[in-house]
Design a protein around this ligand. Structure first.
Ligand code: GNR
Ligand code: NI
Length: 168
């Protein structure tokens, strides 16, 4: 297994649109394992392939308290089943150190495939719903800072760019 490098805002590759996964092979299995290891090591509750600079439609997450419920979603399709919004304080491993309140649809249904290509479907609300929406945004080149004013987003961008310069 391996810890992968997480790219950070405003890295241009965070804007790429991920392509569907077509091969459910050992290589995909290794990527899934490496994404879990990377997510747990970073104390994240989710990770999209985009964040490790791989532009395939897959994400991993574990929103459990005990960190004992790894879930993989390959080629996820989301349907909003309750468009009432709910607020959550969001952070992102690609936007380290910043947290902002974001509103998203409350309840969703997700159809996806597992690591061997079998289809499944779940309904989600609460933190699971927030996390899945946040991760699918990554696959579409979108970040939680895009929901903020450009003033706030640009302040975050400038601070992170400074950090990147001083640590390189
Ligand atoms: O670890 C994470 N925590 C989090 C908290 C609130 C809303 C969304 C998230 S996802 C984030 C990990 C991450 O950046 N996934 O893309
Ligand atoms: Ni994120």
């Amino acid at each position: 297994m391996a810890i992968l490098e997480i790219i950070e805002f405003p890295h241009p590759n965070l804007r790429k649109i991920a392509e569907p996964v077509t091969a459910f092979d050992a290589k995909l299995g290794r990527l899934v394992d490496d994404m879990f290891e990377t997510m747990y090591e970073a104390n994240g509750i989710g990770l999209a392939a985009t964040q490790v600079d791989i532009h395939k439609r897959l994400l991993v997450l574990d929103t459990s308290e005990e960190k004992d419920n790894p879930q993989v979603f390959v080629n996820p399709i989301i349907e909003i089943i309750e468009s009432d919004l709910s607020e959550y304080d969001e952070g992102c491993l690609s936007v380290p150190g910043f947290y902002e309140t974001i509103s998203r649809p409350k309840k969703i249904k997700v159809e996806a495939q597992n690591r061997v290509g079998e289809k499944f479907s779940i309904e989600a609300e609460g933190i699971l719903s927030v996390c899945i929406q946040h991760e699918i945004d990554h696959l579409d080149g979108k970040l939680f800072v895009d929901y903020l004013s450009s003033l706030k987003r640009n302040r975050i961008r400038d601070k992170l760019q400074k950090d990147h310069k001083s640590s390189s």
